[in-house]
Design a protein. Structure first.
Length: 580
């Protein structure tokens, strides 16, 4: 459409006056000259103060065309073929339906002459436009075509693919426009936007699957069906970025990528392992700025927070954090260290790997290939005059013995242990071979923890839960009537999941005079647990119920992380218990 049409339509719709069109057009052209990429219509929508959706709804009425919410539309595969992937992504348009020889297409800028010409050429017939917001079209493109689909068309033209990555060198300069590079960058960018902590490239016989781990749950990302053809090139690109040997495909390798996204430094740990159908690649995204939680951000109850603060400033002893992989143990330990870090304390850590670099703290990475194990590093740390020591994990008798010796000689030691709950830590150490009297005298506290997903604050609504089901779950019966149960119904902000972000649930066992004799007498974990509960300890489940009552998480989430898988399935089998 010509410029005069834009002005007349906007004026007729009562959106922008002729004077505003003149002034805003001048401002828009100045912004474009300065490097801006916003469309003229998008600029007008922002300046109007209405927002994209309201602006486009009024514009659609003036143009006598429909305004579409793409989340409520299903686009058939045959219809999508009417417009090439390259054109769809280049102009941010998506075909909607094809009826009576006419193609209906969603756009956010119907006045783009280049777009009109491109879609007319692809469709080879009449085209009708519907309006939708740019954000919704972009989400629909990713959903139907897959992440990076626009670059696959370019990759098909970049023959032969192996020449792009055929030598062991960093790709710089002119290579930056190569399609394989853009595809990998886009996968990482999408993961960052989705708040993913891990990216997994998983090859099989007939497909390459890419999954993101978001808030602890794996989600498969949509990909173009032809992605399998480019598997070798994509994996080679990742190996080049992380400094690996791209010629070695028979052995596992580890590497590291440092990137900056929106000014934020991202440290990406890369691991490859050979599988039957090619190398499987896992990327762990570590965002340096997001790890430095204060203790108040970890989800402690007020009494737990006070107890933890008392323990982490003690001059000696051991504080263990337990839980399975991915339960946030490292984050908690870093929060402890950040809280007590000062110029008056010498803090040394030994970790595998050093996940985040903490200013003012001496951090040692484990290097098993050259003999630098936890035990060896810990032994030498003791000669470095530390006040506080953090050991990434107690895995064996030797490490446990040195840690206990360090605590008994005036050092505060933080570490992790793989047990399901706090009381089991004592029996685990004794089973390793540590004398019970040493365990009882050195441990100050053990804290088990899990991570639960938080209800999305944007779509939080009351949830009706059957009373019998709650009692079966173990929810306090006397608190059912006074609790308002909540859930997320799913929205754009949370990707229709109903959850956004995570918080911790904790089981803090402080070792006192009631606990020490039990440990020394080799009491079993259940006996220690009962004694600790008599002293006021909340179990993981009970702390989970506290967060359910506070409207932070759901019954389902607490059950997911505190029950065995079989028990969860039996409890959650009755879908009618929840107000769906």
């Amino acid at each position: 459409m010509a410029y005069v049409s834009l002005q007349s339509v906007l004026d007729r719709a009562g959106l922008v006056s002729a004077t505003q069109v003149r002034d805003w057009s001048a401002a828009w052209r100045k912004a474009v000259e300065g490097g801006g990429t916003e469309t003229q219509l998008g600029f007008f929508a922002r300046e109007s103060g209405l927002g994209d959706e309201a602006f486009l709804q009024k514009l659609a009425a003036a143009l006598n065309c429909p305004f579409i919410h793409l989340g409520q539309v299903v686009v058939e595969a045959e219809v999508r073929k009417k417009v090439s992937t390259k054109v769809a992504f280049q102009f941010t348009v998506i075909p909607l339906k094809f009826e009576n020889g006419v193609l209906q297409l969603a756009t956010h800028n119907p006045f783009d002459a280049a777009m009109q010409a491109a879609v007319q050429f692809d469709a080879r017939g009449p085209v009708e436009f519907a309006l939708a917001t740019k954000a919704e079209i972009e989400k629909a493109l990713k959903k139907y075509y897959g992440v990076g689909a626009e670059t696959l068309d370019e990759m098909a033209e970049d023959e032969p693919m192996e020449l792009l990555l055929g030598d062991d060198r960093e790709i710089t300069g002119d290579d930056q426009d190569a399609s394989v590079i853009k595809f990998v960058n886009q996968v990482i960018w999408e993961a960052y936007k989705e708040r993913a902590t891990d990216i997994h490239f998983e090859p099989s016989e007939d497909e390459l699957r890419i999954r993101y781990r978001i808030d602890g749950i794996l989600h498969q990302t949509p990909l173009p069906p032809q992605i399998k053809r480019y598997q070798a090139a994509l994996i080679s690109r990742i190996k080049v970025m992380s400094g690996m040997n791209i010629a070695e495909k028979r052995l596992p390798q580890d590497g590291r990528i440092n990137v900056k996204i929106k000014g934020e430094e991202i440290d990406i740990r890369v691991s490859t392992v050979p599988t039957v159908w090619g190398e499987s690649v896992s990327l762990r995204l570590l965002t340096r700025g997001k790890i430095f939680f204060g203790l108040d951000k970890l989800g402690f109850a007020p009494d737990e927070d006070a107890a933890v603060r008392d323990i982490i400033v003690k001059p000696h002893g051991i504080f263990l954090v337990t839980g399975p992989t991915g339960s946030g143990k490292s984050t908690t330990l870093y929060a402890f260290l950040s809280t007590i870090n000062s110029v008056t304390k010498r803090i040394i850590t030994i970790e595998e790997p050093v996940e985040y670099e903490l200013k003012g703290i001496n951090q040692i990475p484990v290097r098993s290939d050259i003999g630098l194990t936890f035990a060896m590093g810990l032994r030498h740390i003791l000669r470095q005059d530390p006040n506080v020591i953090m050991v990434g994990e107690i895995r064996d008798l030797e490490t446990a013995e040195i840690a206990i010796r360090a605590s008994l000689t005036g050092h505060l030691v933080f570490s992790t242990l793989h047990t399901n709950d706090a009381p089991s830590a004592f029996t685990r150490l004794i089973d390793m071979g540590i004398e019970p009297f040493l365990v009882a005298s050195s441990l100050e506290a053990v804290m088990a923890q899990r991570l639960v997903r938080c209800i999305c604050p944007h779509c939080k609504v009351p949830q009706k839960v059957d009373r019998d089901y709650l009692i079966k779950c173990g929810f306090p019966e006397h608190e059912i009537a006074s609790t308002t149960f909540l859930k997320g119904i799913g929205c754009e902000e949370c990707r229709q999941l109903g959850y956004q972000g995570r918080t911790g649930i904790h089981e803090l066992l402080v070792v006192n005079e009631a606990i020490r004799p039990l440990v020394m007498n080799r009491a079993n974990a259940s006996t220690i647990a009962q004694a600790a509960r008599n002293q006021g300890m909340r179990t993981l489940r009970e702390d989970g119920w506290r967060k359910v009552k506070a409207g932070v998480t759901t019954i389902e989430e607490v059950l997911r992380v505190t029950q065995t898988e079989e028990h969860v399935k039996s409890l959650m089998g009755d879908k009618e218990s929840f107000g769906r």
